[in-house]
Design a protein around this ligand. Structure first.
Ligand code: NOJ
Length: 554
């Protein structure tokens, strides 16, 4: 067993350079600005930044349409600025991972331009073509309602090309050895510049066999090849997969022996968490947790509430999905693609601080590594006037200055939120920094404690039985340390009676306050949870002397 896997106990923060902070007043966030804000992120307690795509791109899918894998978009700065960012991040002990978008390119990528023009070009086979329109041309769209086809005729090539996503994102033929080589070269390039790994975009489609007459099948072995290359080039590099797949399939992504991708976003738990929040009944979440329990020792789930995409509820039953819609996105315009919600967390939870804390407390204590979305630490809202997923991608709200202190330009890349509840005059970093009771300061304290609870990232866990349905109880055991987490999903108080395995007479110590509980004569602990209340409880000692080599692992 390797005991120094950094991603097991990391706090990941996802951001888009373009909407984070603008240093030169051109209205677009940039690397110089981000470098300046690294101290803020380090102060918050973040340990790893995940950069959404910043490569040269026509930006028709917010950068997920890459036209050059070896550069930074000129409006975000220069390569020099990127290297400065990496250097400063290292000074502060922050890691950086970047999006690896290799399922498709932009149709403006030179490969595609050459491929469409010349059937003899070696780039032709970088993509997936059909002479006639395949019968399934209008199936398998990822953005239903906006995207109408997965095969589109290219007027220049006079053939149909395959695109799993928008029509300006032609799929790469990732089984072509030449494409595989390109993929490795791209990884090698960014690793050489110091990144600690990649968030692999659209992982299930990257490994899919593609073609008009090809039977759909996934070649998981490709993930092993990619991992092998990564590990040779950078021993502590990681791959974090975006793969919204059922739990039984996830083992194929981790690899039975943990020899494929180290991390996966836990979409299964994410969707059940929101269902449980909507109903006040934790049964679905418990089942989701148990369904994703099995994984190789070195593998890790990424636990998240919201990302830059819609909250995808596609893996709930229609009834469950409707229930979540009703609770958190009652208006049609809040919903997207028939399966998701295009809102931020705070607004879904009606800005109810108790529920927001409950949700984040869960994100920081469910099994895995927490992944935050920029702006969530202050409770930002969305702008539903923006199309599709852009609603939640508004600029970071730094202060009550014009444009939220994001830019001095009169034309920010995207308008900042200005509504009376979530607008930047009400919700911003500068104000919350000064307020000891702000969400930002709460978040900082919780992150600090989460980092001291390595058992959550590393430990074995179980769901506590015999608790009311509205309460989720978890217990982690690791390295002679036991921690119990309680979360009340209901808007009523709840008295929890707990029996704790192990030696009797131990206290339960609240890790976030002065409270402590002792068992009664019958060995039962009684804990009063407030409506939406939560407890992080250490069994026994808060601090222990370092006894042996093992305990230094955290
Ligand atoms: C998943 C990304 O998260 C999303 O934003 C993007 O549109 C698609 N992949 C296509 O790259």
């Amino acid at each position: 067993m390797i005991h120094d896997l950094w991603y097991k106990n990391a706090v990941i923060y996802c951001l888009n350079v373009e909407t984070f902070i603008d240093s030169n007043g051109d209205g677009v966030g940039d690397f110089v600005g981000l470098t300046d804000k690294l101290a803020y992120l380090a102060g918050l307690g973040v340990t790893c930044i995940w950069l959404l795509p910043f490569y040269p791109s026509p930006n028709r899918d917010d950068g997920y349409d890459v036209s050059d894998y070896y550069g930074v978009h000129p409006r975000t700065g220069t390569f020099g600025d990127f290297v400065e960012l990496m250097n400063q991040a290292r000074q502060l002990g922050l890691r950086v991972i970047v999006d690896l978008v290799v399922n498709h390119t932009s149709d403006q990528h030179p490969w595609f331009k050459k491929a469409r023009r010349d059937p003899e070009s070696p780039y032709r086979d970088y993509y997936v073509w059909a002479k006639k329109r395949p019968s399934n041309w209008n199936r398998g769209m990822i953005f239903p309602g906006v995207q109408n086809a997965t095969w589109t005729r290219d007027a220049v090539a006079r053939e149909y090309y395959f695109h799993r996503f928008y029509d300006f994102q032609p799929d790469l033929n990732t089984h072509n050895p030449a494409v595989k080589e390109e993929l490795m070269r791209i990884m090698g390039f960014w690793l050489q510049l110091g990144v600690s790994g990649f968030r692999m975009d659209a992982a299930p489609f990257v490994i899919e066999r593609k073609g008009a007459r090809v039977r759909p099948a996934r070649e998981y072995e490709l993930l092993h090849e990619i991992r092998d290359f990564l590990q040779w080039r950078r021993r502590d590099g990681i791959l974090l997969a975006e793969a919204n797949v059922p739990p039984t399939e996830s083992l194929s992504y981790f690899g039975e022996r943990g020899d494929r991708l180290q991390m996966m976003l836990n979409f299964w738990v994410n969707q059940r968490l929101f269902y449980s929040l909507a109903t006040g009944d934790t049964t679905a979440l418990r089942e989701g947790l148990l369904a994703t329990y099995a994984r190789p020792a070195a593998a890790q789930w990424g636990v998240f509430l919201r990302t830059h995409d819609e909250l995808d509820l596609g893996r709930l039953t229609p009834h469950q999905r409707e229930t979540v819609f009703k609770a958190f996105a009652p208006e049609k315009r809040m919903q997207l693609y028939g399966r998701g919600i295009r809102r931020r967390l705070a607004s879904m939870l009606n800005n109810d601080r108790r529920r927001i804390e409950l949700a984040y407390s869960l994100m920081f204590t469910l099994p895995g590594t927490p992944i935050m979305m920029y702006g969530d630490e202050i409770g930002m809202g969305e702008d539903l006037r923006l199309p599709e997923r852009y609603a939640t991608r508004t600029p970071m709200q730094w202060s009550a200055h014009p444009h939220a202190g994001f830019t001095t330009s009169r034309r920010p890349i995207r308008k900042v939120v200005t509504d009376p509840i979530y607008g930047y005059q009400q919700v911003n970093v500068a104000d919350q920094r000064r307020d000891p009771n702000s969400l930002l300061n709460w978040m900082e304290r919780v992150i600090r404690m989460r980092k001291e609870c390595a058992e959550i990232g590393w430990g074995d866990w179980k769901v506590l039985s015999r608790l009311p349905d509205r309460v989720l109880g978890m217990r982690y055991d690791w390295n002679d340390r036991s921690t119990i987490l309680l979360h009340n999903f209901a808007d009523k108080p709840c008295r929890v009676r707990l029996r704790v395995d192990g030696p009797t007479g131990k206290k339960l110590l609240n890790l976030l306050s002065q409270e402590q509980n002792e068992a009664d004569g019958g060995g039962l602990y009684q804990i009063e949870l407030e409506p939406y209340g939560y407890r992080w409880l250490r069994v026994g000692e808060l601090e222990r002397p370092i006894a042996d080599e093992k305990t230094r692992r955290a």
